[in-house]
Design a protein around this ligand. Structure first.
Ligand code: G3H
Length: 537
C-alpha cells in the first residue's frame, strides 16, 4: 500500500480529461446585466490536489477578484433597481415567463457540466462521482422547483369567498436577497436557495463560498443571458469588505446563508432593520448515531461509514458522534475499524476512491488538535493509520472512550475524526442530544420496535429528522430539511423553499356589484399579472 506522501500524482498521471487549462484567472464579474472587467486585487486559488514535480509540489489554480465596498454597493444598487420596490420587470413578470427564463438558464448551465464537475474536483477535492451527482442533483432540483411552482400557482389561480369577502391569495417576493452558499456543496446548496429566491421574483446578490469560487465562473454568461439586468449580481472578496456594508445598508430583505451560526449571527447583527430581514439559514450540526444492543452490525457499520465519512465527513448532515451500547461496543468497533481501514484514499478522479484531499488548508492541523486534546483526556485512536496526515490528506481516525471533557464531544469537526462513546443507559445519548447546541438529525440503529418508538417520540422534539437504520442525510430534496437551535432557521425542500422566499399576499374586496365588475374586467382583459386566473399547463 502507498504511504500518504506517495499518493499525489505527477502532471502526467492526471487523466487527460480532467486536466484543465490552469491558471484560470477570473477577471470578470456580473453586475446590472453587464459582465465587467476587474482591474483591482485578486485572490489566488490553490487546490487541495497537489501535483508532484520531482521534489516539489504545485497546486495553483488561478485567481478571482477581491472586490471592495464600492463594487459591493454597485451590486446592491443594481439588485435594488431590478426589484424597484416590486415595480421591476422581474417581480412583476408572470410566473410563466419567469419559468421560461429559468428554463433557458438550465440549458446554458448544462453546457458547462464538464467544466463545473472538473472544477469541483480541483477546487474542493470532491470525488468524481460525487461531483457529477452534485451537478445532476442541482439540475434536477431546478426542474423540480419549476414543477412545484406550477403547482403552487395553479392552486393560487382561484378565488376564495369567505364572510362576504372575495379574495385571491398568492405569494409575492420580498425584494433583494443575498445568497451565500457553503464550500462543501458550493453549487448545489447555493442553488437550493438562489433558484427558489429567483423564481419567486426576488433579485439576487450572489457571493460564492470561500472555496469553490472558480466553478461558478462559467455560469456568469448563463445568468447574464437568462435574466433581466440586475436580477442576478455577483460579488467576490472578504466578507468584512463586501458583505458587512451590504448588510449595514439595511436594504437586504432576505439573507440566505449556509455556513456557521457564528457568521450568521454577525451578519444579522449588521442589519439595522431586523424586522425587515428574513433569514434562511443552514448551520452547523452534530448529528449522533445511537446504536442499540440488538443492531444489525453489518448494516450499522455500512451506514456509519457512509454517514461519518462521505466527502471526508464534510457534510452538515454527517454523523459526527457515535453512541454504542456497551454490550456490542467491542464488536462494533472491530468491524467499523476494519471497514475504515479498507477505505481507499486518493485523488478525486481515482476509481472507487473514498477519502480525498481536504480543501481547507488548516483542517488537517485542526483535526490533529482534536485528536491530541481527546487523547489527553483518555481517548484512544483505535484504527491503524488513524490520524496520519500529509499535506491535505488525512486518514480517518476513530476515537474511542470519548467523554465530555474533550473538544471533539462538542465541536463540529467537519472532517475525518469519528468520536465513539460506549453507553450503558439510553439516557446518556438522549441527554447529549438535549444538551447539545444543535438539533438537526439523529440516526437510531436497532431492531426492537418498542425501544425504537420510544426513542422516536423523544427525539422528534429535539431534532428535525430521525433516521432508522440509515445515515443522516438531506435528500430526497422534496423532504423538508431544517434544524432546531443553532442548526437552522427556516425549512428548505423543493416546495418549502418557494414559500420561504415569498410571502402570502392577497387582493380582497367586499362582494359588492361594483367590486365584482372591477374584478371581472381585470380578469377578462388580463390587466393584472397578480390578479388573474390563468392556469399554467
Ligand atoms: O452539508 C449539508 C448538506 O445539505 C448535506 O446534504 O445529506 O445530501 O449530503 P446531503
Amino acid at each position: 500500500m502507498k504511504t500518504l506522501d506517495q499518493i499525489f500524482p505527477t502532471l502526467k498521471q492526471v487523466p487527460e480529461k480532467f486536466m484543465m487549462d490552469f491558471p484560470i484567472i477570473q477577471s470578470e464579474y456580473l453586475v446590472n446585466g453587464k459582465i465587467k472587467k476587474w482591474h483591482g486585487d485578486f485572490r489566488e486559488v490553490y487546490s487541495p490536489v497537489y501535483i508532484k514535480n520531482k521534489n516539489n509540489y504545485t497546486n495553483y489554480l488561478g485567481a478571482y477578484p477581491m472586490m471592495g465596498e464600492k463594487e459591493a454597493m454597485e451590486a446592491l444598487d443594481a439588485a435594488e433597481k431590478a426589484f424597484d420596490n416590486g415595480n421591476g420587470e422581474w417581480p412583476k413578470m408572470t410566473v410563466e415567463k419567469r419559468i421560461e427564463c429559468i428554463r433557458k438558464f438550465i440549458v446554458l448551465m448544462k453546457e458547462q457540466k464538464e467544466t463545473i464537475v472538473n472544477l469541483l474536483m480541483w477546487e474542493i477535492g470532491k470525488t468524481l462521482s460525487d461531483s457529477i451527482k452534485e451537478f445532476d442533483r442541482t439540475v434536477e432540483y431546478i426542474n423540480d422547483t419549476i414543477e412545484a411552482l406550477k403547482n403552487l400557482d395553479r392552486v393560487s389561480s382561484r378565488f376564495t369567498i369567505s364572510q362576504g369577502i372575495i379574495a385571491q391569495i398568492r405569494r409575492a417576493p420580498f425584494g433583494v436577497t443575498l445568497c451565500m452558499g457553503p464550500y462543501n456543496y458550493p453549487l448545489n446548496e447555493t442553488f437550493t436557495t438562489l433558484i427558489p429566491a429567483l423564481i419567486m421574483g426576488n433579485s439576487i446578490i450572489f457571493k460564492p463560498p470561500k472555496l469553490g469560487v472558480l466553478l461558478h465562473y462559467p455560469l456568469l454568461k448563463a445568468f447574464q443571458k437568462s435574466f433581466p439586468k440586475g436580477v442576478v449580481n455577483t460579488v467576490y472578496g472578504k466578507g468584512e469588505n463586501i458583505i458587512t456594508p451590504i448588510m449595514e445598508s439595511g436594504k437586504i430583505n432576505v439573507l440566505a446563508f449556509i455556513g456557521t451560526s457564528k457568521v450568521a449571527n454577525t451578519l444579522k447583527m449588521h442589519h439595522p432593520k431586523l424586522n425587515r430581514l428574513k433569514c434562511v439559514l443552514g448551520l452547523e450540526a452534530k448529528n449522533p448515531a445511537i446504536i442499540l444492543k440488538d443492531a444489525d452490525l453489518d448494516e450499522t457499520v455500512k451506514e456509519c461509514v457512509l454517514g461519518t465519512l462521505s466527502y471526508n465527513g464534510q457534510r452538515c448532515t454527517a454523523l459526527k458522534i457515535i453512541f454504542v451500547h456497551e454490550d456490542i461496543a467491542d464488536k462494533f468497533l472491530n468491524k467499523f475499524s476494519k471497514a475504515v481501514e479498507n477505505l481507499k484514499i486518493g485523488m478525486p478522479w481515482d476509481d472507487g476512491v473514498n477519502i480525498t484531499p481536504l480543501p481547507e488548508p488548516s483542517k488537517p492541523a485542526y483535526l490533529t488538535e482534536l485528536i491530541e486534546d481527546a487523547v489527553v483526556y483518555g481517548a484512544k485512536v483505535v484504527n491503524p493509520n488513524g490520524g496520519e496526515q500529509y499535506k491535505s490528506l488525512f486518514f480517518p481516525a476513530i476515537l474511542y472512550n470519548v467523554n465530555n471533557k474533550m473538544r471533539i464531544y462538542y465541536e463540529e469537526q467537519f472532517g475525518q475524526v469519528i468520536p465513539v462513546i460506549k453507553y450503558k443507559n439510553i439516557k446518556e445519548p438522549l441527554d447529549y442530544v438535549i444538551e447539545s447546541n444543535y438539533g438537526q438529525q439523529a440516526s437510531i440503529f436497532g431492531k426492537d420496535s418498542d425501544e425504537i418508538s420510544e426513542l422516536i417520540d423523544t427525539l422528534v422534539n429535539q431534532v428535525c429528522r430521525v433516521n432508522i437504520n440509515s445515515q443522516c442525510q438531506r435528500g430526497p430534496d422534496d423532504f423538508p430539511f431544517t434544524g432546531r437551535k443553532d442548526s437552522a432557521e427556516a425549512t428548505l425542500s423543493v416546495s418549502d423553499a418557494l414559500r420561504v422566499f415569498s410571502i402570502r399576499t392577497l387582493v380582497a374586496a367586499k362582494e359588492t356589484d361594483t367590486n365584482k365588475k372591477i374584478i371581472r374586467e381585470i380578469l377578462k382583459d388580463e390587466k393584472s399579472n397578480f390578479l388573474n386566473t390563468d392556469f399554467i399547463l
